[in-house]
Design a protein around this ligand. Structure first.
Ligand code: FE2
Length: 286
């Protein structure tokens, strides 16, 4: 017996657009996850898209600020951003690069544009850590564009595999706690693609160029540029590009199902741990 379409294919269980906001020292960005409409999608705590040609929107950057208890993932599409932390780590994010930073027990860092003009575009995603890993030592997984494999699973389909596996090709990122998948997908006009998502993962798709039809048959939903779909109801992700090429990210991770206590750049399990984070930060223990 065939599985009914509605059980097999993931559909958009909800869709939303981000909210314009600013962060850091006044960087304009769009908050898609982490705002009032979608406070989180366990294990994801935040998704920001930044994209502008105007230096005044990004030039102030993100001066020194702390993080504790989770991971920040920066995926650069355009532009150059220099990061430095209080443990002596420093690096330059260039177009197409990814930085998967496990803040763990804490660090203080800055993320500043290394350009005076031109386009700055990309995403920052926050991924939660389980209680047992929140106080782990900080760790960086940082890869330039050349280290991110690009796969052509079928005609007109190209996928950059940042995390997770596609047809035997593994992305460079490893994080056993949430077993993340992070794909940057490009579809030519008229192309479509199916992919089985890991069982039990939370998943979303976010279109950043063009329009994509997500889902199968009568349950397909058209996502416009800057629209996110939370996926559910089936495990097979399907996306198609109708009239013009489309680019989207597909992100999935194993939910942690733990209590979340969150305040600004600290994400712990209890209020007490958040207060401890403040004390530790103020007393220079990051
Ligand atoms: Fe940061």
């Amino acid at each position: 017996m065939n599985t009914p379409v509605s059980d097999r294919y993931a559909r958009a269980t909800r869709t939303l657009r981000g909210q314009a906001t600013s962060d850091g020292a006044g960087v304009r960005l769009t908050r898609v996850i982490g705002g009032p409409a979608l406070p989180d999608l366990d294990p994801f705590l935040l998704l920001d898209e930044f994209g502008t040609d105007r230096p005044e929107d990004y030039i102030a950057g993100f001066p020194e600020h702390p993080h504790r208890g989770f991971e920040t993932v920066t995926y650069m599409l355009d532009g150059r951003m220099r990061h430095r932390d209080n443990h002596g780590n420093e690096g330059l994010l260039t177009p197409g690069s990814v930085q998967w930073m496990t803040a763990g027990r804490g660090l203080v860092h800055s993320e500043m544009p290394e350009q005076q003009e031109g386009r700055m575009r990309g995403f920052q995603l926050w991924v939660n850590l389980p209680a047992k890993d929140k106080m782990t030592a900080p760790r960086y997984q940082e890869f330039p564009a050349d280290d991110i494999p690009e796969v052509q699973p079928s005609a007109g389909v190209s996928v950059k595999v940042i995390a997770g596996e596609l047809g035997g090709t593994r992305g460079p990122i490893s994080q056993p706690a949430t077993d993340p998948l992070y794909f940057d997908i490009a579809l030519d006009a008229g192309a479509s693609w199916e992919f089985p998502l890991p069982e039990g993962h939370s998943a979303f798709a976010y279109v950043f160029e063009g329009e994509a039809d997500v889902g199968e048959g009568s349950e397909a939903r058209r996502l416009e540029t800057h629209e996110l779909a939370v996926l559910g109801g089936g495990n097979v992700f399907k996306a198609g590009a109708s009239g013009k090429p489309v680019r989207l990210i597909l992100v999935a991770g194993r939910p942690l199902r733990e209590p979340v206590a969150r305040y600004g750049p600290f994400v712990m399990n209890t209020k007490q741990e958040i207060m401890q984070a403040f004390v530790d930060f103020q007393e220079g223990r990051f």
